[in-house]
Design a protein around this ligand. Structure first.
Ligand SMILES: C[S@@+](CC[C@H](N)C(=O)[O-])C[C@H]1O[C@@H](n2cnc3c(N)ncnc32)[C@H](O)[C@@H]1O
Length: 426
């Protein structure tokens, strides 16, 4: 029989000591950490212990007995239930301190001076891209829902307000809710990615099955009502273009790039601007540059004003879009390559003076090792994960690079996530 070391209905009294990497307060019970969402250091709470997590347990606060310092009234009515935001209960100073502590801790852990971290670059909460759930219950009495997943359950929050989405996207969420009944069969579910491109909103549905006839009519109506650029529907078998009213395009440093359904763009336009500035300032002018994990060319099109750029990206659709945008444009070449399996080796890197790399959350350890063994003079890293960034940075430093500065950018407002740009030189 499995040993049970706590009663699942047991209430315990705990004092929150600090905030953990996911933004939850951490207290201790019987020498094990208990992770308590929406708390701050100094809170004294009565909590129920839950599932195991990270060498300890999840906890749910039942009652606050004392309040710690650094709290604020969460501005969104969904906060506490919606899984979209985790940190609206912190005042501005505590919130900003949390973001920086998470980065400094990740650097210190690998022996990098946390003093290199620059002040947090703040952007308004305005995401132009969001992936939401859509569900239609079997019971016709129950409402269809469109929203983020709840923090503690698989259910969706029926998103009526959202302070992190661009207002135009929130408006579409409301219109989607009105037609959701026609889009899905009873008991059906889908994911929908909304991206505000420079030619209108691109809408990608992902579901197990194809859309039914009634759904096609509803989607056509939605596209007109919300002036959507495009609607596509992806199922495991195929992707169907349902409506295309205008070609979806993103404009990067003045260049219009075709936007593939659900493609990658930096979540916030204001954050993208800061990242581009940081990359340009770090790379400077002179000598060819290689842009790894180039996506649709966010950095490549900015960098080409200073000299030739070779953009390398793994996703076929992004590469096709990028190749179409650079056709006939001197200075940029494009290569499709899986950089995790097949990083650009030191011999290939010898053709460049500098590199920028912007990998997914897993980081790019093998590519960092190739940088370390190369003759590159400058490497600029862009990352959405301080932990893998710190690991990759340590590899570059071991190979003779000096870390000049790390600029944190609060792209993912009210979440525990942080974007950053960092400059390494020999
Ligand atoms: C964080 S995005 C950055 C994109 C671009 N630099 C930008 O700012 O818009 C990471 C990019 O890496 C690409 N990617 C993910 N895994 C890859 C791999 N193994 N090899 C090459 N590219 C990959 C993704 O398709 C995506 O375009």
């Amino acid at each position: 029989m499995q040993r049970r070391d706590h009663d699942p209905h047991e209430f315990v009294e705990l004092v929150v000591e600090r905030l953990g990497a996911r933004g939850d307060g951490i207290a201790h019970y019987k020498d094990e950490p208990v992770f308590l969402p929406f708390t701050v250091p100094g809170d004294r709470v009565r909590a129920r212990l839950g599932a195991r997590r990270g060498g300890g347990r999840e906890g749910r606060v039942i009652e606050w007995l004392d309040y710690g310092k650094g709290r604020a009234d969460p501005p969104c009515p969904h906060f506490g239930r919606c899984g979209g935001c985790a940190m609206q209960h912190l005042d501005q100073a505590s919130y900003r301190a949390f973001k920086l502590v998470a980065l400094r801790t990740a650097l210190e852990r690998v022996g990098i001076d946390p003093g290199l971290v620059q002040p947090l670059r703040v952007v308004p909460p305005a995401r132009r891209r969001a992936r939401l759930g859509l569900t239609r219950p079997r019971d016709p009495e129950l409402r269809t829902r469109v929203g983020f997943r709840e923090r503690f359950r698989r259910d969706l929050v029926d998103l009526r307000e959202c302070l992190v989405l661009e207002p135009g996207l929130l408006h579409i969420v409301g219109e989607l809710r009105l037609v959701a009944q026609e889009l899905l069969p009873p008991g059906g579910a889908a994911e929908v990615t909304l991206t505000r491109t420079d030619s209108g909103v691109d809408t990608l549905f992902e579901a197990e099955g194809r859309p039914e006839l009634s759904a096609l009519a509803a989607l056509a109506g939605l596209a007109v009502k919300c002036d959507l650029a495009r609607i596509a529907w992806r199922s495991p078998a195929e992707e169907i273009l349902i409506v295309e009213r205008r070609p979806a395009r993103v404009v990067l440093s003045g260049v219009a790039v075709p936007y593939p359904p659900g493609g990658f763009v930096q979540a916030s336009e204001a954050a993208e601007k800061i990242l581009v500035e940081e990359v340009l300032a770090g790379i400077g002018r002179g000598g060819p540059v290689v842009d790894l994990y180039a996506g649709l060319g966010t950095f490549a099109f900015a960098l080409v004003a200073g000299g030739p750029v070779h953009a390398v990206e793994g996703d076929e659709r992004a590469v096709t879009a990028l190749a179409r945008a650079v056709a006939g444009r001197p200075g940029i070449t494009v290569e499709r390559r899986d950089l995790a399996r097949n990083p650009l080796p030191p011999e290939a890197l010898a053709a460049y003076a500098a590199a920028v790399f912007d990998p997914p959350r897993a980081g790019a350890l093998r590519q960092a090792a190739a940088f370390a063994d190369s003759t590159l003079g400058t490497v600029v890293a862009v990352s959405c994960n301080p932990a893998t960034f710190a690991r990759d940075a340590a590899r570059l430093i071991a190979g003779g690079f000096c870390l000049e500065r790390v600029t944190p950018v609060d792209q993912f407002v009210w979440t525990p996530h942080l974007e950053l740009a960092a400059v390494f030189r020999r």
